[in-house]
Design a protein around this ligand. Structure first.
Ligand code: PLP
Length: 510
């Protein structure tokens, strides 16, 4: 059977479908009653405020709507469909139990403007989640407000700025960031007004401590570090690094995107970190949501707690309340209190797993990554740079540099060919310090059989690259949309994602 995926045609947008007067349901009697009752109510609305034309909405039958959205869902790839080894993004399976809890009436039907006394349960969930995250990271206090990891980084950078102002450290305007860092680190620091100083990595893939010593000065406000880093390697000199930073009264910031590799095993606070962010949508199995609405809570030491965003959720004599009276706070970062329904999912996940379960999830994530790294790095054309014998944590980065030299096939082409086999491409060309990078994170939720299938597919793509490179070069072949003109797709003036209503619905922007 040809699946919709293989039948390469474009689905029209819903405004191009249907026909005048077509209906999903018609309730003649009810329609009349509604019209009659509305009619009497409408009399109080002045004529000039009344719409004199019908809204330009699509008119479709039920079956058309069901088919349309079912087809669209088949054109997208999700973690419910197959492996999603997107390095650094931790696309682990999101248990359906989380969804059930988040869609219960008690969660869905409350409103952030309700009086505190009527939402004690919701405040309790957030308070308890913040305490769990504090325990997991070793931090004193946690704010759940930021909506993404990068938002957490921004919050953390603002806290570093506020803290130095408070300490009257007016000369501290430099933020150190390793060259293996995620791009959001320098961006967040720059947005908070810091000058970004890049610190190179050494031959072992860890931060070069000598280069760090040269970069650290009285002007250093902080260092943003990911551990395990984006190569999946644990920064073995972390305690020395922490001392170097603290000696100049600077702050050590933990990018917790890779918490999945140490969860339940090590705490960032014990490594000397003063601020952490946690990507809830990675480590705690909640939907990613395209850069938000996710959740990127931040945790801080006791000394930095006064700078956390407002409101803080406090528990006093068994009652929960929101505290806005915090003069040193960096202020409000987000409407209301964070992505509540995402936080509920994380709370459900943590309770479901328990402390032992979370630790086991890390063990399996690390085992899976090293199993794959060992198998893929011996396939012709793929290499594991930075000491192939060193164990990785929950992810690893292979280079397709040799494959490119010998066959002309690039990391991007391998990634596109993987889509033909129903595998979501790994992260590509990141971190920047590896040529032709494929950053792979299988996560703990994939089985041994699935990992072996992945290895077989990588071996198959290697063989194709050497024997029939055109197949790989022209990939993907089986997706509903083939190769995009990437320059055009990324061109900001050509990206038109909004629909423009036209009376006759004959033209559209797509
Ligand atoms: C190492 C690292 N830091 C920060 C981020 C930013 O997190 P978010 O996508 O939640 O904004 C990412 C995202 O993938 C990441 O991999």
């Amino acid at each position: 059977m040809t699946s919709y995926r293989q039948a390469k045609w474009f689905e029209p947008v819903i405004f191009e479908m249907g026909a005048k007067q077509r209906r999903g349901y018609t309730f003649t009697q009810l329609d009349k009653e509604i019209k009659d009752s509305l009619g009497s109510q409408l009399k109080c609305i002045p004529n000039k405020l009344r719409r004199n034309y019908l809204p330009d909405l699509p008119e479709l039958s039920e079956v058309e709507i069901v088919r349309h959205y079912t087809k669209l869902s088949q054109m997208a790839f999700g973690v419910d469909l197959g492996s999603y080894p997107l390095g650094s993004c931790t696309m682990k399976y999101n248990p359906k139990l989380n969804e059930a809890v988040a869609s219960s009436d008690n969660v869905r039907w409350i409103h952030p403007y309700q009086d505190e006394s009527t939402v004690q349960g919701a405040l309790e969930i957030m308070y308890k989640l913040s305490r769990q995250l504090a325990e997991i990271t070793g931090m004193y206090a946690v704010s759940l407000q930021p909506a993404a990891g990068s938002h957490g980084e921004f919050a953390g950078s603002l806290i570093i700025r506020a803290c130095h102002r408070f300490r009257r450290n007016s000369n501290k305007d430099e933020m150190l960031v390793p060259d293996s860092a995620h791009g959001t680190n320098p961006a967040s620091a720059a947005m908070a007004g810091f000058k970004v100083i890049v610190v190179p990595s050494g031959a072992d893939g860890c931060i070069n401590v000598d280069a760090l010593k040269n970069a650290v000065s009285a002007k250093t406000a902080g260092l943003m570090l990911t551990n395990p880093n984006t190569l999946g390697i644990f920064e073995k000199n972390i305690l020395e690094i922490s001392d170097l930073i603290h000696e100049v009264d600077a702050i050590l910031y933990y990018d917790g995107a890779n918490l999945n590799g140490i969860l339940g095993k090590a705490k960032p606070r014990d490594m000397g970190f003063d601020i952490v962010h946690i990507n809830i949508h990675k480590t705690f199995s909640t939907p990613h949501g395209g850069g938000g609405p996710g959740a990127g809570p931040i945790g801080v030491t006791k000394e930095l707690e006064p700078f956390l965003p407002i409101p803080r959720i406090l528990c006093e004599e068994g009652a929960y309340r929101l505290d806005y009276n915090r003069p040193n706070s960096i202020g409000k970062l987000r409407s209301f209190y964070g992505s509540f329904d995402i936080l509920v999912r994380a709370y459900s996940y943590i309770l479901m797993m328990g402390a032992k379960g979370l630790e086991t999830s890390t063990e399996i994530a690390v085992l899976n990554a090293n199993y794959l790294a060992t198998k893929i790095s011996v396939i012709r054309g793929f290499e594991l740079p930075y000491d192939a014998n060193k164990l990785r944590k929950h992810e690893f980065v292979v280079s397709c540099s040799k494959l490119k030299k010998e066959t002309g096939i690039t990391a991007k082409q391998v990634a596109k060919r993987l889509m033909d086999y129903g595998i979501h491409p790994p992260t590509i060309y990141f971190p920047l310090i590896i040529d032709e990078a494929l950053m792979i994170e299988p996560t703990e939720t994939e089985s041994l059989e699935e990992l072996d299938r992945l290895v077989t597919i990588f071996a198959q793509i290697s063989t194709e690259s050497y024997e029939n490179p055109k197949t790989v070069r022209d990939a993907p072949h089986n997706t509903s949309i083939r190769q995009l003109d990437e320059a055009k797709a990324a061109h900001p003036r050509m990206l038109r994602l909004s629909w423009k209503m036209h009376k006759n619905r004959s033209k559209h922007d797509s």
